[in-house]
Design a protein around this ligand. Structure first.
Ligand code: DC
Length: 231
């Protein structure tokens, strides 16, 4: 049985390539908590906007879509996926990871009214669950400022580029190191300079530098920190 109260929430924020998704999923598994990938939520909304041919300038329509989003996140251990994402009853787990969506998420994630709806939905998800690990960019700062355990995971830029290259190679995608580096640099910039809900370490979050750590080591450090805080 878990030592931690199931009503507790854990926030894990960090940039792309920091190892945050795998770590969050594994920590959730270890504690018997639910896992919520908020990046997948912004990605699913972006896909919907693209599929419906809505302009990224049409903030009103995008806000409307974010209000009525029919989205389910189902944990899975199949392949490299951490969750299956069901949008309007259809499995879009792979589609939301495509380059087109990755490049366009920023247009949706910068809209204040969209973020307001997403934050509401994310809080509702946590309140309906018996213990959750929620990962994203603004979880410790905006979505769950009162979370009992908060973590911010990061790694050196070079290490994050290498991880992303490996991930893409495993999917059979051929990209150069320069392309990956440029892409990460731009994503960091948009994530950190967004006016609402930017990527930021909460003052009371624990910083974990994963550069020279394996996933197992990071998971152990996160759970170990939680255990120690109970003493
Ligand atoms: O975690 P990810 O790379 O799948 O997230 C995709 C994008 O979604 C990310 O570049 C910014 C946005 N995002 C956000 O704005 N707020 C969050 N809480 C999570 C993700």
């Amino acid at each position: 049985m878990s030592l931690f109260k199931k009503s507790e929430a854990i926030s894990i924020d960090g940039p792309a390539g920091s190892g945050k998704s795998t770590v969050s999923r594994r920590v959730a598994e270890k504690l018997g908590f639910a896992y919520i990938d908020t990046g997948a939520m912004y990605r699913a909304l972006t896909l919907k906007v693209m599929n419906e041919g809505i302009s990224f300038d049409d903030e009103e329509k995008i806000t409307e879509l974010s209000h009525d989003l029919d989205l389910k996140l189902i944990p899975t251990t199949e392949g490299k996926c951490t969750i299956r994402v069901i949008l309007d009853g259809k499995d879009v787990s792979e589609a939301i990871r495509e380059l087109g969506v990755t490049r366009n998420v920023k247009h949706v994630a910068r809209i204040a009214s969209v973020r307001k709806n997403m934050v509401k939905l994310q809080r509702r998800m946590v309140s309906n669950l018996d213990g959750a690990v929620m990962e994203g960019r603004d979880i410790g700062t905006v979505v769950l400022p009162g979370a009992k355990y908060k973590f911010y995971v990061d790694a050196s830029f070079d290490e994050r580029v290498i991880r992303r290259l490996k991930e893409l190679a495993a999917k059979g995608k051929v990209v150069t190191r320069e392309e990956v580096a440029e892409d990460l640099k731009q994503r960091d910039h948009t994530d950190k300079t967004r006016k609402v809900g930017p990527l930021k370490k909460a003052d009371d979050a624990i910083f974990v530098d994963t550069t020279d750590m394996t996933i197992d080591e990071v998971v152990d450090e996160v759970v170990g920190y939680m255990r120690n805080s109970l003493r």
